[in-house]
Write a protein that binds this ligand. Structure first.
Ligand code: NAD
Ligand code: DAU
Length: 351
């Protein structure tokens, strides 16, 4: 990789990925196309603004003209598509932005990239990669004894979010089969770690617990997710870019299935130790109305990426959650700017 067009790089995973790229290769250039929705936070990449290897562009992956111009001007050898509406609850409240960005946006990004690819020299074509970042949610919901999802599991999305990601995945697949466009797809489990927007389970629970607010568990708290530290997801994407077979999909997971109750209990125990004033934090647990259509269990069998590519997660859940709790405690300014909405002041032109 020499020049990488990253989309959605101001979000949680994209910003961690860009930091990781610069740590891996000094000579690399990154163009970050991000619409700066509520989930896009420039503070996630604070310090990079003045780095000449980095260019931030505010714009929509659905703007084919803009994407084409960025491709022609920068001649990337790699495109990594993180841009998406990513929160299931928001997709239940209003599905349309999910179709706009996740389906139509991905289609337009693919179309601009395919036209760009068609004009490359044979040598440039050889090294070009388009990696689409997707989710395990496209596979639906597992029962307690079902085998984990793998690349051959049939798609069965249950929420507007996962349906929109499934639609995007199918388009990416079709571009390989129809046009010979060099794609790779990753389907990853639940990420956690620094810079995650506090509408998602783990950061929401950490920040609520610190403020003595209720910890709202949907339903009986028994839903299971497979948790992966964001740095492990990013290293998996790098590994797939380097060694993945074109047209293939790779499942990425943390081998770490936990119920939501287990997650919240782990966070509370860490906070009791690190912030004893509000202890015991478990007293804040509250069971609330379930999410409609709530998938019961996700689990990932990541033997394909392990055997073909040699990738494995490095964090145990215990290490990862302790590091994540510490990060939120140590980065109170970031947290305050997000919860107060201050991180959006510049974009909204508020002085
Ligand atoms: P996020 O919501 O934190 O960030 C999404 C980013 O995309 C934001 O910066 C936002 O401004 C940008 N964006 C949204 N619409 C855009 C558009 N039309 N054009 C350009 N930019 C746009 O999401 P995340 O958690 O970092 O997830 C990144 C990707 O990884 C998503 O595709 C998501 O489906 C996938 N994924 C997430 C997880 C997870 O646990 N968070 C797990 C597996 C896969
Ligand atoms: O599996 C990968 C997916 O993980 C990604 O594709 C999504 O972008 C990402 O948001 C995540 O989806 P989930 O719906 O699993 O994540 P969320 O953090 O919203 O919820 C995790 C679990 O916690 C889920 O069972 C719902 C539950 N939950 C969530 C919230 C926000 C609660 O019980 N209470 C809450 O307040």
């Amino acid at each position: 990789m020499k020049t990488v067009l990253v989309t959605g790089g101001l979000g949680f995973i994209g910003s961690n990925f860009i930091r990781m790229l610069f740590g891996l290769a000094r000579g690399l250039r990154v163009i970050n196309l991000d619409k700066q929705t509520y989930a896009g936070n420039p503070e996630n990449l604070a310090g990079l603004e003045k780095d000449e290897r980095y260019q931030a562009v505010t714009g929509d992956i659905g703007d084919e003209g803009l994407v084409s111009r960025l491709l022609d001007e920068n001649m990337p050898d790699t495109v990594v598509n993180f841009a998406a509406e990513s929160h299931v609850d928001r997709s239940i409240d209003g599905p349309e932005p999910f179709i706009e960005t996740n389906v139509l946006g991905t289609l337009r990004l693919l179309e601009a990239s395919r036209k760009f690819f068609a004009e490359l020299t044979p040598q440039e074509k050889e090294s070009f990669r388009f990696l689409h970042v997707s989710t395990d949610e496209v596979y639906g919901s597992l029962g307690p004894e079902d085998p984990a999802f793998c690349e051959k599991t049939p798609y069965a999305p249950n929420s507007p979010y996962s349906a929109s990601k499934a639609g995007a995945d199918h388009l990416v697949r079709a571009y390989f089969h129809t046009y010979g466009f060099p794609v790779l797809t990753t389907n990853c489990s639940n990420n956690y770690g620094p810079f995650q927007f506090p509408e998602k389970l783990i950061p929401l629970m950490i920040l609520n617990a610190c403020e003595g607010k209720n910890l709202p568990l949907y339903g009986d708290g028994g839903n299971v997710r497979d948790w992966l530290h964001v740095e492990d997801h990013c290293s998996g994407i790098v590994a797939v870019l380097e060694k993945g077979r074109l047209g293939e999909t790779y499942c990425i997971g943390g081998n770490s299935e936990k119920t939501n109750l287990q997650i919240v209990d782990a966070i509370c125990a860490l906070l009791d130790e690190k912030r004893p004033d509000g202890a015991p934090h478990v007293d804040l647990k509250t069971f609330v109305k379930d999410r409609p259509g709530h998938d019961r269990r996700y689990a990932i069998d990541c033997s394909k990426i392990k055997e073909e590519i040699g990738w494995e997660p490095r964090y145990s859940f215990e290490e990862g959650i302790a590091q994540t709790v510490d990060w939120y405690l140590d980065n109170s300014t970031w947290c305050e700017n997000v919860t107060s909405g201050n991180y959006q002041r510049e974009r909204l032109g508020i002085s």
